[in-house]
Design a protein around this ligand. Structure first.
Ligand SMILES: Nc1ncnc2c1ncn2[C@@H]1O[C@H](COP(=O)(O)OP(=O)(O)OP(=O)(O)O)[C@@H](O)[C@H]1O
Ligand SMILES: [Mg+2]
Length: 215
């Protein structure tokens, strides 16, 4: 049974850490799984991501940002996500449409109705069955991301988004919480301020619950 599961949350909330742990666990359980991410889940998306995250691109306007993320999604859905789902795989995706609503509609204050219509077009209305929302104070996430970036080869690795002011990140966090409250059957809210193992246990439990109910 194919399942599309997305990982969402503010910067440094542990999405990439937890998607890897869950992927390893599901593979160990014999569940065919594909891990992917936005916007860089395809070769074209990686190039789009280079433009989006480049910290020199401070002049990028919100409209350009939205359309680039959506262009990457259009490619990703058609080239990677749909074929994997049709192949019977469980697809785990690091950020997807909810990130566009949180970052570009709430964070950048673009018209939510336009964002929704454009996202429907680009995503071919492919929606996750389950979305894990990693929630924590934005300061904590940004500190974690800072420490991570300091370990990278490029010491000034913080991307265009990590450099946004706290207000922006708080608008994103609040928007995610609102999305989650509006669709409680799809979302699982995860307290991401805890330790990696404790969170991984909860993620495994919730995902296995969901998969077992589908079977
Ligand atoms: N529960 C945790 N407690 C403490 N540190 C953590 C926890 N989970 C992840 N980290 C560390 O915090 C940093 C950010 O985690 P990660 O890259 O998984 O977050 P992310 O949500 O994918 O971030 P981004 O939004 O930038 O992609 C990493 O260095 C990671 O090792
Ligand atoms: Mg990440």
């Amino acid at each position: 049974m194919e399942t599309f599961i997305t990982f969402e949350g503010v910067e440094g909330s542990g999405k990439s850490t937890q998607i890897q742990l869950l992927g390893d666990y599901l593979a160990g359980e014999g569940i065919p799984v594909l891990l992917t991410k936005e916007p860089s889940g395809t070769p074209i998306g990686r190039k789009i991501g280079d433009i989006l995250f480049h910290r020199g691109h401070f002049a990028m306007c919100p409209e350009t940002e939205l359309l680039l993320f959506l262009a990457a999604r259009a490619q990703h859905v058609r080239e990677v996500i749909l074929p994997a789902l049709q192949d019977g795989k469980t697809v785990l995706c690091d950020r997807y449409s909810d990130a566009t609503f949180a970052y570009q509609a709430a964070g950048r204050r673009l018209d939510p109705a336009f964002v929704a219509a454009a996202n429907d077009f680009c995503s071919s209305r492919v929606k996750p069955a389950l979305t894990l929302l990693f929630d924590l104070p934005v300061e904590t996430g940004l500190e974690r991301a800072d420490r991570r970036d300091a370990r990278l080869t490029d010491p000034a690795a913080a991307d265009r988004f990590e450099r946004e002011e706290l207000d922006f990140h708080n608008r994103v966090r609040q928007a995610y919480l609102k999305l989650s409250a509006a669709e409680p059957e799809r979302f699982r809210l995860i307290d991401a301020s805890r330790g990696v193992e404790e969170i991984a246990d909860q993620v495994r439990g919730q995902v296995m619950d969901f998969i077992n109910k589908q079977r």
